[in-house]
Design a protein around this ligand. Sequence first.
Ligand code: HBI
Ligand code: FE
Length: 286
Amino acid sequence: MANLASPPPGAAPDWTIPQHWNAYTAAEHAMWDRLFARQAAMLPRRVVPAFMDGLDMLRLSKPGIPDFDELNDRLGRKTGWQVVAVPGLVPDEVFFEHLANRRFVAGRFIRTPAQLDYIQEPDIFHDVFGHVPLLAHPVFADYMQAYGEGGLRAARLGMIEALARLYWYTVEFGLIRDSGALKLYGAGIVSSYGESVFALDDPSPNRIGFDLERVMRSHYRIDDYQQSYFVIESFEDLLQQTRDADLGPIYERLRGSSPIEVGALTPTDTVIHRGTQAYALAKAAR
Ligand code: HBI
Ligand code: FE
């Protein structure tokens, strides 16, 4: 899946563009405030405490779309990460290169009211509200860099798909155990009103203990709520499992095995909750 596209006109060779914060309209700032208020009211008891700490520390509750210069000042002093604007999805290797250098790429556009609950391309609310608070957490910050470095190596080995699954089931849709309870940390969940409830409370999806190789074999869906979520024990454990893993033998086994279908359980899974899959079954029956 080599993407040899070059950056669109107006973008730098690394695909970044200026945020042009002054160009946002009052309606766009109001859209941020509306999305922020809805998530901020629901998340405190559901999300990992480090996420709320990051929101506070980065002053993301300040009204209006965040100005990256101001955000980067705080974030940079805390963990050395920076947020850079891009026009939309960027090629995998460009994405990995930024992460490996502690730069998080974010869309500059914000969804319209008609797209309140579903957008295909990540907008600034998903990218900044969803992803950036945990970049202020030193261990999660290191995990994201390690992920980018692993991505660059995987690209050379033709294993990008395995890395994309790891990203999906951790950074985007991960759950974590916090003082015995399950909490949210994945950006795709915490930036979604519906999935913030579904991922924790609904009996439909499986909730399975995180296992690196299992996750790298697992198909995911991009069009609806997940049918399985994977639960990490801590960010320290996630970082250690991925950074210290000897991926050579894992990649060899992945090449020789077939992927696990969405919603399926395997005999070696640590099943925390066996999902009824009622939600996915009802959708499929329509
Ligand atoms: N580009 N802007 C943007 N945001 C992403 O999350 C992103 C991307 N390009 C590639 C990509 N993600 C994924 O393919 C990687 O997780 C593998
Ligand atoms: Fe994302």
